[in-house]
Design a protein around this ligand. Sequence first.
Ligand code: GLA
Length: 422
Amino acid sequence: MLSDKIITWNEAVDPRAGIENARTLFVETFGTEPTGVWSAPGRVNIIGEHVDYNGGPCLPIALPHRAYIAVSMRNDRRIRLVSPQTREQIDELDLDQIGPRGSEYEVTTWAAYLAGVAWAFERAGYGPLQGFDAALWSCVPRGGGLSSSAALECAMAVALDDLGDFGIAGTVQAPHDEGRKILVDLCRRAENEIAGANTGGLDQTASLRCRAGHALALDCRDMSVAHIPFDLASEDLALLVIDTRAAHSLADGQYGQRRADSEEAARILGVNLLVEAEDVEAATRVLSEVGADSQRLVQRTRHVISEIARTRAFIDVLTQGPLEGERLYVAGALMNDSHDSLRDDYEVSCEELDVAVAAARAAGAYGARMTGGGFGGSAIALVRLNEAEKVARTVARAYADRGWESPHFLTAIAGAPAGRDI
Ligand code: GLA
């Protein structure tokens, strides 16, 4: 019976085990103890999708799933990197030979996410740095739309901050938020310029600036944040994450195309960012007259404006108190509408995500939607705590009925930000 099949839960490893895994890999590879181990979380965005680069609000939480990086500085400018997947062949680079995509020194492997951060530190005047050896071990599902790459960047950033004695980020217990904003910019530069993915800053902000037990209300106009208590388990609820394991890559053209559409619509509407265009009807009237691209630009703009309104409404609901009674249904409906808009207007969903969302809703989720950039990756469902397993099984069965490989599942609990002292 399909329903009796074991389903895979990808829960986070205990931080002590994560630290030990990275340390052991370092010792086995480089033959000495690392100076320290730093880590940074992946994230799920509860709502507010594809609005960060439009100046809108987002609402991520940091996951308990983290990337751990064991590091020691060297006396030269070499960088040596290893992960469990690359232990047969260590990546070696030189701090003087890291460059943007398309340049002589472009970095095309996963090393771009780590070396790119060192590059960004030096470009911003934090340096010159020494080279370093680093061993990475991560339990953030790779390619799952849960910001596994931002977790690498942010772990690297807090490590370089500590090792270079720059004093930018503060600690996990006493974070220095203004400094963390600077690190967000450096990590984002690494991702945009060195890794070649033109993403908007949501992921790095979540990884560096979230607080345990809280959702992060992020206003991307000025990157200001507010921390809202978010402890679903105490409300007998859970946020089920469904990692579809369908192919997903932000560096491919689709993400950049959506960004270009948004910029084009903003230009036609005469605003800097779509967040300034608050009225869907007025925007539709103007965009309808632009000829061949009008239908597409109307759809993109309708998603952005409506998603911004939904996210603000969700933040209001969450600020009012526990998700119970009417508030719970309102929150669920906002999540559902968000997905439908991403699917129909922004066109960044895919069959695997739509099937997961539909099955979760049918199994009793209060709301379900894709999360992150889309085109694969993960969906989330707001469910009763004691029904998470049932919803997961229903989704797995819907996949099996289609002959698809089962998704992986995890429950999202708001974890701690990047740092050494978790
Ligand atoms: C990816 C990007 C983010 C954001 C989301 C969509 O995660 O990295 O900057 O644009 O997609 O909300």
